[in-house]
Design a protein around this ligand. Structure first.
Ligand SMILES: [Zn+2]
Length: 204
């Protein structure tokens, strides 16, 4: 609480209108879908301020089609806030991805969640199985997982509708390095580039 008071005071000293402006309206250009890991806070690592990024976080930054929480955040950000960019940001050393690479029984409900990451491994098994270095394999799965979640976004009618009518948002897949603090872009999707007829909705 003391830290909160000091922070609020500091903000007002820097800019007397700071809270008046933020309390009025939020108009973020970005939706951030990141990992819940405490070491990967969206605002800090991107050098942005409150009001600039709409945020959803879960274990291993997953986009799961039955996740009502994620889909509500996505719908609100894309349809109502009209964000221009959606970022899925994973991170090297992700505990969720690492857990999915083991055979350990984490019991329900963690097994259910991690199974989605095991599916990403299976989809990319040919490439991953030949990587002998375990650390390199782990890093590569983190990148592949981010890419797969971006593709999952493109499969939603929420994204496809905005793409069709407003040519936004751009989708970005990033991986953050815990050891150097740097973000590596690993995958991008421009509007209307899913190119997979089975997943494309008509009459949007
Ligand atoms: Zn993580």
């Amino acid at each position: 609480m003391l830290e909160n008071k000091a922070w609020a005071q500091e903000k007002v000293e820097e800019d007397s209108e700071y809270f008046n402006r933020l309390a009025e309206i939020q108009t973020p250009d970005f939706l951030w879908i990141g990992c819940s890991d405490s070491r990967v806070p969206a605002n800090e690592i991107t050098g942005t301020q409150p009001g600039e990024i709409f945020v959803h976080r879960n274990i291993a930054n997953m986009v799961i089609h039955t996740d009502v929480n994620l889909l509500s955040v996505l719908d609100y950000a894309v349809t109502y806030l009209k964000v221009k960019h959606v970022i899925v940001c994973g991170h090297y050393g992700c505990g969720g991805v690492k857990a999915a690479m083991t055979n350990h029984d984490y019991k329900q409900v963690l097994n259910m969640w991690l199974r989605n990451i095991k599916d990403v491994y299976r989809l990319n098994k040919d490439e991953l199985d030949v990587i002998e270095n375990e650390e390199a394999k782990f890093d590569r799965l983190v990148e592949m997982n981010v890419k797969e979640q971006v593709i999952h976004l493109a499969k939603t009618s929420i994204i496809q509708r905005a793409w069709k009518h407003e040519q936004r948002p751009q989708l970005h897949g990033w991986v953050y390095g815990l050891k150097d603090g740097l973000i590596k872009p690993v995958f991008e999707m421009e509007p209307n580039t899913l190119n997979d007829p089975l997943y494309e909705y008509e009459d949007l």
